[in-house]
Ligand binder design. Structure first.
Ligand code: ADP
Length: 704
C-alpha cells in the first residue's frame, strides 16, 4: 500500500514522504485495512522494526485531525523519551507533543496544551485516577509493549489502563512483538487483530550444541566452533573478523561483567576510535570504580550493560554501540526491554537463577532474538541459544511460539490497590460498579464474573477494616486517608504498616523511618540482595530501638524481609549523611543504578508517608518525614537543603560551598563568582552560572 492511498490530507502524506516513508510495511497496511483510520481498536503483533510505532502514530494523527487528543504509553521512561523525540517530527504540521513520566500525585492540568501525550504506564494510570479536565478529550490510547499486561509486577497497571480505556470507549491500539495467542487479548479489548511475521531484515535462529561444537541454524546451516574456543569467544572473534556487531544476553549482572572482561582479555588490539568513549566515561558522573572496570574493555571494543550501572555509563555504552564503535556488548535482559539496540548476531543464555536455575520462557527468548539484524547494515540477523541441554530444547526455543499472556491481576496486592483507586477516583460508587468494572479485566474475561465478585469482596474488606473507605447504604466513598493513599500512588498495605508502627512512638531518627518504609510492599519490588550478613548488626540496632520491629500481623513480611529493609535503611541513611557515593557502593556491594532506584523509591515513599501521617493526625512524624524526603532526594544533611534549591548545585557542590562559609542561597547570590571559581568541583564557568542562578532565585522569591 502506497501512502497516497491513505485517506489523509496531503500535508500529512507529504510529511510521511519527507521521512522516507512511501509505502506501508505489511503490518501497517493490514492495520489500515482493518480500520485503524476509522477509529477501530487494534492489537498488533509484529516483529521488532516492522514499523509498529508508525501504526500508533497514524492512529494519533487521525484522531488529531478529528479534533481529539491521544496518549501513547510506554513501559519505561527512557522509551517514552525516545518516542517523544520521534513524535516531535509532527510539530511541523502543528501537532503539540508533550511528555510526562513522574509526579504521580499531580493531576497534570498543565498538559492540557498538548495534542499528544507520551507517558509511562504508571503516570497514565495516575492521570486516569486524578482526571484532569482534558482527559475527556482523549480518544485514542496507544499501549506499547502490550504483552507487559502479563508482567507480575506492572501487569495490573496495564490491565487497568486498558479497562479504563474500554470504559471510556477509547480507541485502543496495543502493540507488541511477542504475545502468544494474541486473539485472547484482541477479544478482550473488542479489537481487530493484526498478526504479521514480516521483518525488514530476515532473522535466522539457531542453537549451540556444545557436545558437537556446532551451531545449528533453522535454515539448515551448521557452524563449527573451534575446539579451543567457547561459544562467546568464537562469536566475538567472528564478529571482529567479519566486521559486524554482537550482542550477548546473560541472565545475571555478574556474568555480564565476567564474560565481557574475559572477552576483552582475548589479546586483541586497542581500537583507536574507542578513545573518545573512554574520555567521555572519565569525564562523566559515573562512579570511578565503574569507569575503571569499563574503560579497559571499551578500549578493546567491548562493554557490559545492566541495571546496576549508572545512567551515565549506560548512555555512553548505548551510544558507542549504536555508532558502531563498540563491537560487542554483554547485557542482561534489561537491554532487550529497553531502548532499541540491534546487532547482527545475538547470543542468548537462557538459565536464570531464581533459587534454582530456571530456563527463560520462549517469549523472553523471542524478545531478545528480535534484536538481531540491523536494517540498512545487515543482510540478515542471527539469534543463537547458547546453553540448551538437548537438541529438543534448542528447537523448542527456535520453533516455539511465545506463551499466551496471563492476567497478573489476581494477586491481593493488585486487587486492593485497584479497588481503592476505583473508589477514590469516583469510577466506582457502589460494590456493583466495582464488580462491573472488574468484570472487564482480562482476569475476569478469562475466568468469569464470580472471580470479579471475589475480588471486590476481598478489596472492600481490607479497605473497610483499615478506615480507607466509608459506606452509607450501598454508596462507597474513600475517606481522607483512602484518598491520600490513592493519590500518593501507594499500596494500602504500605500505609497500614507505616501508621501501625508510627502510632506507637512519638518521634524517630532517620534510620528508623527509612527502615520502616523499606519494609513496605512498595519497597518490596526493588531488587536488593546479600542482606543476610547484616543480621547481627540489625538485631543490635533493634535492641537499641534504632529500627522498627518486623510488623506482627503482616504475613507477607518475614525475618529476611526485615533484614533486607535494614540494609536499605542503612544505605539511605549513609546517603543522607553525605557518605561519598563510591564508598556506599563498595561498602554494600551495590551498583550506581541500584543506588539510584533506592533513592528514587525512598524519596517517593518518605514523601507519601509524610502525607499519610498528616491526614492520620501524626503531625510530628509527618514533618520529619517531609524533611527526610528532601534529604533523600539530594543525599544531604538538613543544613544543605537551602543551597540545593539552586540549579546546578547537588550534594557535592553544596557541601563545598557550605564548608567555605556560604550557607544559604542569599549568601551565594551576593558572592563574587571569582571567589568560588577555584573551589573543588567548580571552575569559572560553573561559578558564574551558579551565582547567576542564585540571584535569579532570590529575585523570584522576592517577587512572589
Ligand atoms: P517497531 O516499533 O515495530 O519495532 P519501528 O516503528 O521502530 O519498529 O520502525 C523501525 C524503523 O522503520 C523506524 O526507523 C521507522 O522510521 C522505519 N519505518 C517504519 N515504517 C516505515 C515505512 N512504511 N517505510 C519506511 N520506513 C519505515
Amino acid at each position: 500500500m502506497r501512502v497516497e492511498e491513505l485517506r489523509l490530507p496531503d500535508d500529512v502524506i507529504e510529511a510521511l514522504k519527507k521521512r522516507g516513508i512511501t509505502t506501508l510495511t505489511p503490518p501497517q497496511a493490514e492495520a489500515v485495512r482493518k480500520g485503524l483510520l476509522e477509529g477501530r481498536s487494534l492489537v498488533v503483533v509484529a516483529p521488532t522494526a516492522s514499523g509498529k510505532t508508525l501504526i500508533g502514530e497514524l492512529a494519533l494523527i487521525n484522531t488529531w485531525l478529528n479534533g481529539g487528543k491521544g496518549v501513547y504509553v510506554s513501559p519505561l521512561k527512557a522509551l517514552a523519551e525516545e518516542k517523544h523525540e520521534e513524535f516531535r517530527f509532527w510539530s511541523s504540521l502543528g501537532v503539540k507533543v508533550g511528555i510526562t513520566t513522574g509526579d504521580y500525585d499531580n493531576p497534570g492540568e498543565e498538559l492540557r496544551k498538548y495534542d499528544w501525550i507520551v507517558a509511562t504506564y504508571e503516570r497514565m494510570d495516575s492521570i486516569f485516577r486524578l482526571k484532569p479536565s482534558w482527559l475527556s478529550e482523549v480518544r485514542t490510547v496507544v499501549i506499547d509493549e502490550l504483552h507487559m499486561v502479563g508482567d507480575e509486577d506492572r501487569g495490573p497497571i496495564v490491565e487497568l489502563l486498558a479497562v479504563r480505556s474500554l470504559l471510556d470507549n477509547l480507541q485502543i491500539v496495543g502493540l507488541s512483538a511477542t504475545v502468544g495467542e494474541p486473539q485472547i487479548l484482541s477479544e478482550w479489548l473488542g479489537s481487530e487483530l493484526v498478526v504479521s511475521d514480516w521483518r525488514p531484515v530476515k532473522l535466522i535462529e539457531g542453537f549451540y550444541l556444545s557436545r558437537k561444537n556446532l551451531i545449528v541454524f533453522s535454515d539448515g546451516r551448521l557452524e563449527e566452533v573451534p575446539r579451543k574456543q567457547t561459544l562467546p569467544q568464537h562469536c566475538y572473534m567472528k564478529a571482529v573478523n567479519e566486521n559486524y556487531q554482537l550482542l550477548i544476553f546473560v541472565q545475571a549482572r555478574k556474568k555480564a561483567e565476567e564474560l565481557s572482561s574475559k572477552l576483552a582479555s582475548l589479546n586483541l588490539e586497542e581500537i583507536p576510535e574507542t578513545k573518545d568513549l573512554v574520555r567521555e566515561l572519565e569525564s562523566s558522573e559515573a562512579p570511578r570504580t565503574e569507569v575503571e572496570s569499563l574503560s579497559k574493555m571499551v578500549l578493546r571494543g567491548l562493554a557490559y550493560h545492566h541495571a546496576g550501572l549508572s545512567l551515565a555509563s549506560r548512555k555512553i555504552i548505548e551510544k558507542g554501540f549504536r555508532n558502531r564503535i563498540l563491537r560487542a556488548v554483554v547485557a542482561t535482559p534489561t537491554l532487550a526491554a529497553g531502548i532499541n539496540l540491534p546487532a547482527r548476531r545475538v547470543v542468548v543464555y537462557t538459565r536464570r537463577f531464581e533459587g534454582f536455575l530456571k530456563p527463560i520462557t520462549v517469549a523472553e527468548f523471542k524478545q531478545m532474538a528480535g534484536r538481531a539484524g540491523r536494517p540498512q547494515y545487515d543482510p540478515y540477523g542471527e539469534a543463537i541459544v547458547a546453553d540448551v541441554s538437548s537438541e529438543e530444547e534448542g528447537w523448542a526455543y527456535v520453533l516455539g511460539r511465545p506463551e499466551p499472556v496471563k492476567s497478573a491481576l489476581l494477586q491481593d496486592r493488585a486487587v486492593r490497590i485497584s479497588t481503592l483507586a476505583l473508589i477514590a477516583s469516583g469510577d466506582a460508587r457502589t460494590p456493583e460498579d466495582l464488580v462491573n468494572i472488574f468484570e472487564k479485566t482480562l482476569a475476569c474475561f478469562m475466568r468469569g464474573r464470580k472471580l470479579s465478585i471475589n475480588m471486590v469482596r476481598y478489596g472492600l474488606r481490607l479497605l473497610r477494616d483499615e478506615g480507607m473507605i466509608e459506606e452509607s447504604g450501598s454508596l462507597l466513598r474513600a475517606t481522607k486517608l483512602g484518598a491520600t493513599v490513592s493519590r500518593m500512588y501507594i499500596d494500602p498495605l504500605t500505609a497500614v504498616i507505616i501508621l501501625n508502627d508510627l502510632r506507637k512512638i512519638i518521634t524517630a531518627k532517620p534510620l528508623y523511618y527509612l527502615t520502616l518504609i523499606a519494609l513496605t510492599p512498595d519497597f518490596g519490588r526493588v531488587r536488593v540482595t546479600n542482606y543476610r550478613v547484616y543480621s547481627t548488626e540489625a538485631r543490635s540496632s533493634l535492641t537499641m530501638g534504632l529500627i522498627p520491629e518486623p510488623p506482627e500481623d503482616v504475613e507477607e513480611i518475614g525475618y529476611y524481609d526485615w533484614l533486607r529493609a535494614y540494609k536499605i535503611g542503612k544505605i539511605l541513611n549513609e546517603w543522607i549523611e553525605e557518605v561519598p557515593e563510591d564508598e556506599i557502593l563498595s561498602r554494600h556491594g551495590i551498583g550506581s543504578g541500584d543506588l539510584r532506584v533506592l533513592v528514587e523509591t525512598g524519596e517517593w515513599l518518605t514523601y507519601a508517608a509524610s502525607k499519610v501521617c498528616d491526614v492520620a493526625g501524626l503531625k510530628e512524624h509527618s514533618r520529619r518525614l517531609e524533611v527526610l524526603s528532601a534529604r533523600v532526594s539530594h543525599g544531604i544533611k538538613e543544613e544543605l537543603l537551602d543551597l540545593v534549591r539552586v540549579r546546578g548545585i547537588g550534594r557535592v557542590r553544596a557541601r563545598v560551598l557550605y564548608d567555605h562559609g556560604i550557607k544559604t542561597v542569599e549568601e551565594l547570590a551576593s558572592t563574587d563568582p571569582s571567589k568560588i571559581a577555584n573551589l573543588k568541583s567548580f571552575g569559572p564557568k560553573i561559578a558564574n552560572n551558579i551565582v547567576e542562578e542564585a540571584r535569579k532565585l532570590v529575585e523570584f522569591t522576592k517577587r512572589v
